[in-house]
Design a protein around this ligand. Sequence first.
Ligand code: NAP
Length: 253
Amino acid sequence: MSTNIPKKLAGKVAVVTGASKGIGAAIAKHLAAEGASVVVNYASSKSGADKVVAEITNAGGKAVAVQGDVSKKVDIDRLFAETKRAFGQLDVLVNNAGIYEFAPLEQITEEHFHKQFNLNVLGLLLTTQEAVKQCPATSSIINISSVVGVSPAAGGVVYSATKAAVDAVTKSLAKELGARKIRVNSINPGMVVTEGLHTIGFAESDFSKLVESQTPLGRLGQPQDIATVATFLASADSAWITGETFLVSGGYR
Ligand code: NAP
């Protein structure tokens, strides 16, 4: 019996923004394991991105690390120029880079607002705009939203608003780009244990214990819980799905 099952993303090229750690790193590795050549974007963690690239290439896959702050147009242009130079095409864009800062209403500042909207919403739109120029090969755009986009968190009004905006962008662009056979979907993760979650002090907090206790499947998420769904949305297995938002949260909402 043959065990040569074709890889689902063989011959495809994917850009994953914010892939030096956390959810983005897991997505980059899963896409590569299914045969995609992957651009591992990062903002400042060169060593993290190099490690992800090394893991992919050591496993026989193809990947390059490309620095770029995807809240800045000039960096986005360079990211996609380098993608073209490295792999010649683009089929999958995963808009994962994002920041989450929590603050009650009285502590909200212009800086807090713009920092999150500039990356989580404007940056995501500008990367999509640039990726779509490399069509017709771009076939799937996956936006990493959050459960807070549909179930906004107290004390996280700005972050929640960015993710609700991401879901609106997903649904709007799915309609706009459908005629070009470009699919656009969101994944809305629940709480996932990542470096970022540790940085903001949530990983071992009473808040994370509360979320865990309210999660029907009884645990917090791991990056691979999101990466498997992203791989499905990148592949032809989801060929007739666009404009959808997928809660991947162990049932938490
Ligand atoms: P993380 O551990 O903090 O990692 C963030 C990644 O994004 C890093 O690779 C970082 O690169 C990159 N990044 C940050 N700013 C960037 C910029 N301006 N340009 C390019 N890359 C940038 O985050 P995470 O927890 O994996 O979260 C990833 C995504 O999932 C975010 O969109 C987040 O909102 C969403 N999400 C997370 C959770 C959760 O519980 N963890 C839940 C729901 C949704 P450098 O290290 O180089 O700075």
